[in-house]
Design a protein around this ligand. Structure first.
Ligand code: NAD
Length: 280
């Protein structure tokens, strides 16, 4: 029986710690707001944006909502970002992705001032993370590091295999595990012998975006399994990239979906906002 890594509980702990920190920063006269921009009305994005606003309210920081119509031009969006970059009160700027097709995401990400890039997606943030300089860390991978550390999973010297090499999960995850002194293998859609490689992992991190793909044949007895995937199954129930029922008996610890990695992303976003207020 694996230990269940409870992301809901750990993210709540982090938000409670941040709430206290926000109080003490207020006493020092340090406050600030997170600007959350949504373009269009994608229902999934609306849920994420609402959760982010609620998290801000919970820890006690102001959120400014910019709900722009789907027809907003790239120029208009870049103009708004420039305006927010110049506002001292705004300590974080978040543009909810994905954006409508007529807007270039890369241009938008690069328009955000790196000192307000609380998603950690700006090339400067990614570069700083790569060479171990201060900056905002990408929220989902940073959340996974917290999940592991706060669950007492030792990382140093362990072999970590990551499935997926996206810019928002796989690649930054590899860098952060390396920073924690793991030996890291990155796998992707062109990797040969995927299950053999995964079976060597002490810590297996699955971020491939394929519902219930990873079964028992990918997992070494006693491995720690982190499931980043989020999907709806045929019964409209949330599930991950891992076949949970099959893998749980083999693993020593595992994250469930929901209630594993998901809640950590917002907690780490809040962490970045508080860091920005502190440094601002
Ligand atoms: P992505 O589609 O950008 O990347 C998927 C990666 O998996 C790619 O690098 C690809 O090479 C690899 N891959 C695909 N098929 C493969 C295969 N058969 N074998 C080996 N590798 C394969 O996805 P992403 O943005 O990294 O997200 C991954 C999953 O995590 C999605 O389900 C997404 O919804 C979820 N996600 C969750 C959170 C969270 O907060 N919990 C945050 C971000 C993403």
């Amino acid at each position: 029986m694996a230990k269940i890594i409870d992301g809901k509980m750990i993210s709540q702990q982090i938000k409670d710690e941040l709430k206290e920190k926000v109080e003490s920063l207020k006493e020092q006269g340090k406050t600030g707001a997170l600007a959350v921009i949504q373009v269009g009305e994608d229902p999934a994005s609306s849920v994420y944006v609402r959760n982010k606003k609620n998290a801000c309210a919970y820890i006690g920081i102001e959120s400014l909502a910019y709900e722009l119509p789907g027809e907003t031009t790239e120029e208009e969006l870049l103009g708004l970002i420039e305006e927010l970059n110049g506002k001292e009160r705004v300590r974080g700027i978040l543009v909810q992705l994905p954006l409508p097709e007529h807007i270039c995401e890369d241009k938008v990400i690069q328009a955000i001032s790196p000192d307000k890039d609380v998603d950690g997606f700006h090339p400067q943030s990614v570069g700083a993370m790569t060479i171990g300089q201060p900056g905002f860390l990408s929220c989902t991978p940073a959340g996974i590091i917290q999940l592991l550390k706060r669950s007492g999973v030792e990382i140093a010297g362990k072999h970590c295999v990551i499935i997926g090499r996206s810019n928002i999960v796989g690649k930054p995850m590899a860098l952060l595990m390396l920073r924690e002194n793991a030996t890291v293998t990155i796998t992707h859609s062109k990797t040969k012998n995927l299950s053999e490689l995964c079976k060597q992992a002490d810590i297996l991190i699955v971020a491939m975006g394929k519902p219930q793909f990873v079964g028992a044949e990918y997992v070494k007895e006693g491995a720690v399994v982190i499931d980043v995937g989020i999907h709806r199954d045929e019964n409209n129930k949330l599930c991950g990239d891992v076949k949970y029922a099959e893998v749980e008996p083999i693993a020593s610890a595992i994250t469930p979906v929901p209630g594993g990695v998901g809640p950590m992303t917002i907690a780490m976003l809040m962490n970045n906002c508080v860091q920005s207020i502190e440094e601002g």
